[in-house]
Ligand binder design. Structure first.
Ligand code: NAP
Length: 319
Protein backbone atom coordinates (compact mmCIF):
# COMPACT_ATOMS: atom_id res chain seq x y z
CA UNK A 1 0.00 0.00 0.00
CA UNK A 2 1.45 3.39 -0.89
CA UNK A 3 1.93 5.88 1.97
CA UNK A 4 1.66 9.68 1.94
CA UNK A 5 5.47 10.07 2.02
CA UNK A 6 5.70 8.33 -1.37
CA UNK A 7 4.17 11.45 -2.95
CA UNK A 8 5.56 14.96 -3.37
CA UNK A 9 4.14 18.34 -4.39
CA UNK A 10 6.03 20.72 -6.71
CA UNK A 11 5.31 24.28 -7.82
CA UNK A 12 6.30 24.93 -11.44
CA UNK A 13 5.62 27.74 -13.92
CA UNK A 14 3.33 26.61 -16.74
CA UNK A 15 5.76 27.80 -19.44
CA UNK A 16 5.23 28.64 -23.10
CA UNK A 17 2.06 27.52 -24.82
CA UNK A 18 3.34 26.12 -28.12
CA UNK A 19 1.20 26.05 -31.28
CA UNK A 20 -1.52 23.41 -30.91
CA UNK A 21 -1.32 23.55 -27.10
CA UNK A 22 -3.70 24.93 -24.47
CA UNK A 23 -3.72 25.50 -20.71
CA UNK A 24 -6.70 24.17 -18.75
CA UNK A 25 -7.50 25.13 -15.18
CA UNK A 26 -8.29 21.78 -13.61
CA UNK A 27 -11.75 21.82 -12.01
CA UNK A 28 -12.46 18.22 -10.97
CA UNK A 29 -10.22 15.14 -10.93
CA UNK A 30 -11.78 11.69 -10.79
CA UNK A 31 -10.06 9.43 -8.26
CA UNK A 32 -10.04 6.03 -9.95
CA UNK A 33 -8.71 2.62 -9.00
CA UNK A 34 -6.64 2.34 -12.21
CA UNK A 35 -4.40 5.16 -10.93
CA UNK A 36 -3.22 2.80 -8.16
CA UNK A 37 -2.33 0.13 -10.73
CA UNK A 38 0.02 2.55 -12.54
CA UNK A 39 2.10 2.75 -9.33
CA UNK A 40 3.16 -0.91 -9.64
CA UNK A 41 5.61 -2.53 -12.05
CA UNK A 42 3.26 -5.42 -12.74
CA UNK A 43 -0.12 -4.22 -13.73
CA UNK A 44 -3.19 -3.86 -15.85
CA UNK A 45 -2.20 -0.42 -17.08
CA UNK A 46 1.07 1.27 -17.94
CA UNK A 47 3.46 2.03 -15.10
CA UNK A 48 3.77 5.72 -14.17
CA UNK A 49 7.40 6.90 -14.27
CA UNK A 50 8.97 7.91 -10.96
CA UNK A 51 8.92 11.69 -10.50
CA UNK A 52 6.17 12.25 -13.06
CA UNK A 53 2.77 13.77 -12.32
CA UNK A 54 0.29 11.11 -11.18
CA UNK A 55 -2.15 10.47 -14.04
CA UNK A 56 -5.84 11.22 -13.51
CA UNK A 57 -8.83 11.93 -15.72
CA UNK A 58 -10.61 15.18 -15.15
CA UNK A 59 -12.64 18.16 -16.25
CA UNK A 60 -11.27 21.66 -16.67
CA UNK A 61 -11.75 25.01 -18.35
CA UNK A 62 -9.42 26.52 -20.94
CA UNK A 63 -7.61 29.61 -19.63
CA UNK A 64 -5.05 30.00 -22.45
CA UNK A 65 -5.15 28.68 -25.98
CA UNK A 66 -2.76 28.45 -28.93
CA UNK A 67 -5.10 26.20 -30.88
CA UNK A 68 -8.00 27.01 -33.19
CA UNK A 69 -9.84 23.94 -31.83
CA UNK A 70 -10.34 25.24 -28.27
CA UNK A 71 -11.13 28.74 -27.00
CA UNK A 72 -10.68 30.35 -23.58
CA UNK A 73 -13.75 29.40 -21.50
CA UNK A 74 -14.37 26.03 -23.17
CA UNK A 75 -14.97 23.12 -20.80
CA UNK A 76 -12.84 20.07 -21.62
CA UNK A 77 -12.28 16.47 -20.46
CA UNK A 78 -9.10 14.42 -20.58
CA UNK A 79 -6.01 13.08 -18.84
CA UNK A 80 -5.29 16.24 -16.86
CA UNK A 81 -3.30 14.51 -14.11
CA UNK A 82 -2.82 15.57 -10.50
CA UNK A 83 -2.16 19.28 -11.00
CA UNK A 84 -3.96 22.61 -10.78
CA UNK A 85 -3.25 23.58 -14.41
CA UNK A 86 -2.62 21.27 -17.36
CA UNK A 87 -0.51 22.34 -20.37
CA UNK A 88 -1.62 19.90 -23.04
CA UNK A 89 -2.05 19.50 -26.79
CA UNK A 90 -5.63 20.44 -27.69
CA UNK A 91 -5.88 17.10 -29.49
CA UNK A 92 -5.61 15.31 -26.12
CA UNK A 93 -8.77 16.97 -24.78
CA UNK A 94 -12.45 16.50 -25.60
CA UNK A 95 -14.58 19.64 -25.72
CA UNK A 96 -17.66 19.24 -23.53
CA UNK A 97 -21.12 20.39 -24.57
CA UNK A 98 -22.88 21.79 -21.54
CA UNK A 99 -26.58 21.05 -21.10
CA UNK A 100 -29.15 22.37 -18.64
CA UNK A 101 -29.33 20.18 -15.55
CA UNK A 102 -25.79 18.81 -16.05
CA UNK A 103 -22.86 20.38 -14.14
CA UNK A 104 -19.26 20.33 -15.45
CA UNK A 105 -18.30 18.03 -12.54
CA UNK A 106 -20.83 15.43 -13.76
CA UNK A 107 -18.39 14.64 -16.58
CA UNK A 108 -16.04 13.39 -13.84
CA UNK A 109 -18.85 11.34 -12.30
CA UNK A 110 -22.04 9.89 -13.80
CA UNK A 111 -20.92 10.92 -17.32
CA UNK A 112 -17.25 10.01 -16.81
CA UNK A 113 -15.77 7.27 -18.98
CA UNK A 114 -14.42 5.55 -15.85
CA UNK A 115 -17.61 6.24 -13.87
CA UNK A 116 -21.15 6.08 -15.22
CA UNK A 117 -20.12 5.08 -18.73
CA UNK A 118 -18.22 2.07 -17.36
CA UNK A 119 -21.36 1.09 -15.42
CA UNK A 120 -23.48 1.37 -18.58
CA UNK A 121 -21.08 -0.61 -20.77
CA UNK A 122 -20.64 -3.41 -18.23
CA UNK A 123 -24.31 -3.75 -17.38
CA UNK A 124 -25.88 -3.24 -20.79
CA UNK A 125 -23.32 -4.31 -23.40
CA UNK A 126 -21.38 -6.95 -21.45
CA UNK A 127 -23.93 -8.44 -19.01
CA UNK A 128 -26.89 -7.64 -21.29
CA UNK A 129 -29.23 -6.98 -18.38
CA UNK A 130 -32.91 -7.76 -18.97
CA UNK A 131 -36.06 -6.71 -17.11
CA UNK A 132 -36.74 -9.21 -14.32
CA UNK A 133 -33.06 -10.19 -13.88
CA UNK A 134 -31.67 -10.41 -10.37
CA UNK A 135 -28.53 -8.26 -10.51
CA UNK A 136 -25.84 -8.30 -7.83
CA UNK A 137 -23.15 -5.60 -7.81
CA UNK A 138 -20.07 -5.47 -5.58
CA UNK A 139 -18.45 -2.16 -4.62
CA UNK A 140 -22.05 -1.00 -4.96
CA UNK A 141 -21.76 2.29 -3.06
CA UNK A 142 -18.86 3.63 -5.15
CA UNK A 143 -18.88 5.62 -8.39
CA UNK A 144 -19.36 2.76 -10.84
CA UNK A 145 -21.48 0.64 -8.47
CA UNK A 146 -23.94 3.45 -7.64
CA UNK A 147 -24.70 3.97 -11.34
CA UNK A 148 -25.00 0.20 -11.94
CA UNK A 149 -27.65 -0.03 -9.20
CA UNK A 150 -29.75 2.78 -10.67
CA UNK A 151 -29.39 1.75 -14.33
CA UNK A 152 -30.39 -1.82 -13.47
CA UNK A 153 -33.47 -0.56 -11.60
CA UNK A 154 -34.34 1.74 -14.52
CA UNK A 155 -34.20 -1.28 -16.84
CA UNK A 156 -36.62 -3.28 -14.67
CA UNK A 157 -34.16 -5.54 -12.84
CA UNK A 158 -34.08 -6.37 -9.14
CA UNK A 159 -30.84 -5.34 -7.47
CA UNK A 160 -28.77 -6.46 -4.50
CA UNK A 161 -25.80 -4.24 -3.65
CA UNK A 162 -22.77 -5.42 -1.69
CA UNK A 163 -20.86 -2.73 0.24
CA UNK A 164 -18.91 -2.17 3.44
CA UNK A 165 -20.79 -0.91 6.49
CA UNK A 166 -24.35 0.01 7.51
CA UNK A 167 -24.18 3.62 6.23
CA UNK A 168 -23.35 2.45 2.69
CA UNK A 169 -26.02 -0.25 2.87
CA UNK A 170 -28.76 2.17 3.87
CA UNK A 171 -27.58 4.56 1.09
CA UNK A 172 -28.04 1.69 -1.39
CA UNK A 173 -31.62 0.92 -0.37
CA UNK A 174 -32.85 4.38 0.77
CA UNK A 175 -31.15 6.71 -1.73
CA UNK A 176 -30.44 4.55 -4.78
CA UNK A 177 -33.47 2.25 -4.61
CA UNK A 178 -31.68 -1.12 -4.41
CA UNK A 179 -34.01 -3.94 -3.36
CA UNK A 180 -31.50 -5.20 -0.78
CA UNK A 181 -28.00 -4.44 0.44
CA UNK A 182 -25.46 -6.72 2.08
CA UNK A 183 -22.67 -5.49 4.36
CA UNK A 184 -19.74 -7.78 3.46
CA UNK A 185 -17.78 -6.44 6.42
CA UNK A 186 -20.06 -8.13 8.94
CA UNK A 187 -18.55 -11.49 7.98
CA UNK A 188 -21.62 -13.39 6.70
CA UNK A 189 -21.67 -12.58 3.00
CA UNK A 190 -22.15 -16.19 1.82
CA UNK A 191 -25.10 -16.83 4.11
CA UNK A 192 -26.74 -13.43 3.49
CA UNK A 193 -26.41 -13.74 -0.28
CA UNK A 194 -27.87 -17.27 -0.32
CA UNK A 195 -30.84 -15.99 1.71
CA UNK A 196 -31.34 -12.88 -0.44
CA UNK A 197 -31.12 -14.77 -3.76
CA UNK A 198 -32.68 -18.21 -3.17
CA UNK A 199 -33.45 -18.70 -6.89
CA UNK A 200 -29.99 -17.63 -7.99
CA UNK A 201 -28.32 -14.58 -9.48
CA UNK A 202 -28.76 -13.69 -13.18
CA UNK A 203 -26.17 -10.90 -13.45
CA UNK A 204 -23.11 -10.18 -11.37
CA UNK A 205 -21.31 -6.87 -11.94
CA UNK A 206 -18.00 -7.36 -10.16
CA UNK A 207 -15.86 -4.45 -8.99
CA UNK A 208 -14.10 -6.27 -6.17
CA UNK A 209 -12.98 -9.81 -7.15
CA UNK A 210 -11.28 -12.19 -4.70
CA UNK A 211 -13.47 -14.02 -2.21
CA UNK A 212 -16.59 -12.01 -3.14
CA UNK A 213 -16.43 -13.35 -6.70
CA UNK A 214 -16.30 -16.95 -5.46
CA UNK A 215 -19.28 -16.43 -3.14
CA UNK A 216 -21.34 -15.01 -5.99
CA UNK A 217 -20.31 -17.81 -8.41
CA UNK A 218 -21.62 -20.25 -5.81
CA UNK A 219 -25.04 -18.54 -5.98
CA UNK A 220 -25.52 -18.17 -9.75
CA UNK A 221 -28.88 -19.05 -11.31
CA UNK A 222 -29.12 -22.58 -12.76
CA UNK A 223 -28.87 -21.32 -16.35
CA UNK A 224 -27.99 -18.22 -18.33
CA UNK A 225 -26.21 -16.09 -15.71
CA UNK A 226 -23.77 -13.42 -16.91
CA UNK A 227 -20.79 -12.31 -14.84
CA UNK A 228 -19.18 -9.01 -15.95
CA UNK A 229 -15.65 -8.52 -14.64
CA UNK A 230 -15.33 -4.74 -14.36
CA UNK A 231 -12.53 -4.68 -11.79
CA UNK A 232 -11.00 -6.41 -8.78
CA UNK A 233 -10.12 -3.70 -6.29
CA UNK A 234 -9.40 -6.29 -3.58
CA UNK A 235 -6.45 -7.44 -5.71
CA UNK A 236 -4.81 -4.17 -6.80
CA UNK A 237 -2.37 -4.02 -3.88
CA UNK A 238 -0.85 -7.32 -4.98
CA UNK A 239 -0.93 -7.50 -8.76
CA UNK A 240 1.98 -9.97 -8.81
CA UNK A 241 -0.17 -12.59 -7.13
CA UNK A 242 -3.82 -12.05 -8.06
CA UNK A 243 -6.30 -14.49 -6.54
CA UNK A 244 -8.44 -15.97 -9.32
CA UNK A 245 -11.86 -17.55 -8.83
CA UNK A 246 -11.57 -20.97 -7.16
CA UNK A 247 -15.18 -21.84 -8.03
CA UNK A 248 -14.94 -21.15 -11.77
CA UNK A 249 -16.44 -24.58 -12.49
CA UNK A 250 -19.80 -23.16 -11.37
CA UNK A 251 -19.80 -21.47 -14.79
CA UNK A 252 -19.94 -24.90 -16.45
CA UNK A 253 -22.33 -26.43 -13.93
CA UNK A 254 -24.78 -23.49 -14.22
CA UNK A 255 -24.48 -22.77 -17.96
CA UNK A 256 -23.17 -19.31 -17.15
CA UNK A 257 -20.70 -17.01 -18.82
CA UNK A 258 -18.07 -14.66 -17.39
CA UNK A 259 -16.67 -11.81 -19.47
CA UNK A 260 -14.20 -9.07 -18.66
CA UNK A 261 -14.11 -5.68 -20.31
CA UNK A 262 -12.19 -2.46 -20.56
CA UNK A 263 -14.50 0.48 -21.14
CA UNK A 264 -12.40 2.07 -23.90
CA UNK A 265 -13.06 -0.94 -26.16
CA UNK A 266 -16.70 0.24 -26.30
CA UNK A 267 -15.94 3.84 -27.30
CA UNK A 268 -18.51 3.74 -30.09
CA UNK A 269 -21.21 3.22 -27.42
CA UNK A 270 -20.32 6.30 -25.32
CA UNK A 271 -22.90 8.62 -26.95
CA UNK A 272 -25.70 6.11 -26.24
CA UNK A 273 -24.50 5.70 -22.66
CA UNK A 274 -24.29 9.48 -22.11
CA UNK A 275 -27.77 9.95 -23.60
CA UNK A 276 -29.38 7.36 -21.31
CA UNK A 277 -27.56 8.45 -18.17
CA UNK A 278 -28.18 12.18 -18.70
CA UNK A 279 -31.87 11.55 -19.46
CA UNK A 280 -32.21 9.62 -16.18
CA UNK A 281 -30.38 12.41 -14.33
CA UNK A 282 -32.65 15.10 -15.74
CA UNK A 283 -35.72 13.00 -14.84
CA UNK A 284 -34.45 12.77 -11.26
CA UNK A 285 -33.97 9.00 -11.56
CA UNK A 286 -30.19 8.85 -11.32
CA UNK A 287 -27.97 10.55 -8.79
CA UNK A 288 -24.32 10.19 -7.86
CA UNK A 289 -23.27 11.99 -4.67
CA UNK A 290 -19.80 13.50 -4.73
CA UNK A 291 -17.26 13.01 -1.99
CA UNK A 292 -15.05 16.06 -2.55
CA UNK A 293 -11.46 16.32 -1.33
CA UNK A 294 -10.33 19.96 -1.63
CA UNK A 295 -6.83 21.08 -2.63
CA UNK A 296 -4.30 19.40 -4.93
CA UNK A 297 -2.06 18.82 -1.86
CA UNK A 298 -4.65 16.28 -0.69
CA UNK A 299 -4.66 14.24 -3.92
CA UNK A 300 -2.59 11.45 -2.25
CA UNK A 301 -5.04 11.29 0.70
CA UNK A 302 -7.91 10.89 -1.76
CA UNK A 303 -6.13 8.14 -3.68
CA UNK A 304 -5.49 6.18 -0.49
CA UNK A 305 -9.10 6.73 0.65
CA UNK A 306 -10.34 4.77 -2.38
CA UNK A 307 -8.87 1.64 -0.82
CA UNK A 308 -10.12 2.06 2.75
CA UNK A 309 -13.79 2.56 1.89
CA UNK A 310 -13.81 6.11 3.33
CA UNK A 311 -16.04 7.63 0.65
CA UNK A 312 -19.59 7.25 -0.57
CA UNK A 313 -20.47 7.73 -4.25
CA UNK A 314 -17.99 9.47 -6.52
CA UNK A 315 -14.60 10.41 -5.03
CA UNK A 316 -13.16 13.57 -6.64
CA UNK A 317 -10.46 16.14 -5.98
CA UNK A 318 -11.17 19.85 -6.57
CA UNK A 319 -7.67 21.34 -6.90
N1 NAP B 1 -13.23 -2.26 -16.71
C1 NAP B 1 -13.08 -0.94 -16.83
O1 NAP B 1 -12.89 -0.40 -17.92
C2 NAP B 1 -13.16 -0.09 -15.58
C3 NAP B 1 -13.28 1.31 -15.67
C4 NAP B 1 -13.42 2.04 -14.48
C5 NAP B 1 -13.42 1.40 -13.25
N2 NAP B 1 -13.23 0.04 -13.22
C6 NAP B 1 -13.24 -0.68 -11.93
O2 NAP B 1 -14.45 -0.40 -11.27
C7 NAP B 1 -14.27 -0.63 -9.88
C8 NAP B 1 -14.91 0.50 -9.09
O3 NAP B 1 -14.19 1.70 -9.34
P1 NAP B 1 -14.67 3.09 -8.74
O4 NAP B 1 -13.79 4.13 -9.31
O5 NAP B 1 -16.14 3.22 -8.89
O6 NAP B 1 -14.30 2.95 -7.20
P2 NAP B 1 -15.27 3.11 -5.98
O7 NAP B 1 -16.21 1.95 -6.02
O8 NAP B 1 -15.82 4.49 -5.92
O9 NAP B 1 -14.29 2.94 -4.75
C9 NAP B 1 -13.74 1.74 -4.45
C10 NAP B 1 -14.55 1.01 -3.35
O10 NAP B 1 -14.13 -0.34 -3.37
C11 NAP B 1 -14.28 -0.88 -2.09
N3 NAP B 1 -13.05 -1.61 -1.73
C12 NAP B 1 -11.80 -1.13 -1.64
N4 NAP B 1 -10.95 -2.10 -1.28
C13 NAP B 1 -11.71 -3.23 -1.15
C14 NAP B 1 -11.40 -4.57 -0.79
N5 NAP B 1 -10.16 -4.95 -0.50
N6 NAP B 1 -12.42 -5.48 -0.76
C15 NAP B 1 -13.68 -5.09 -1.05
N7 NAP B 1 -14.02 -3.84 -1.38
C16 NAP B 1 -13.04 -2.92 -1.44
C17 NAP B 1 -14.54 0.28 -1.12
O11 NAP B 1 -15.92 0.24 -0.79
P3 NAP B 1 -16.48 -0.54 0.51
O12 NAP B 1 -16.49 0.46 1.61
O13 NAP B 1 -17.81 -0.99 0.08
O14 NAP B 1 -15.51 -1.65 0.78
C18 NAP B 1 -14.26 1.51 -1.96
O15 NAP B 1 -15.06 2.59 -1.59
C19 NAP B 1 -12.76 -0.79 -9.65
O16 NAP B 1 -12.48 -2.18 -9.53
C20 NAP B 1 -12.17 -0.27 -10.94
O17 NAP B 1 -10.91 -0.83 -11.23
C21 NAP B 1 -13.11 -0.69 -14.35
Amino acid sequence: MPVIDDFGIESLAVGDVAPGFVVARVDTLSIDAWIRTTLSDAGMHETAALGETIPALGVGQIVESNSSDLAVGDWVYGLMSAQTHALMPASGLRKLTMQEGIAPGDFAGPLNVTGGITAWVGLIRVAQVQAGDLVVVSGAAGAVGSVVVQLAKARGARVIGIAGGPVKCSYLTQTLGADAAIDYKNGHLAQQLAEAAPDGIDVFFDNVGGETLDIVLDNLAPAGARVAICGAISQYQNLDDVRGPKLYLRLAERNAMMKGFVVSYYEADYPEAVAEISALMKAGKLTLPEHVVSGIDHFPDALLMLFDGGHLGNLVVRP
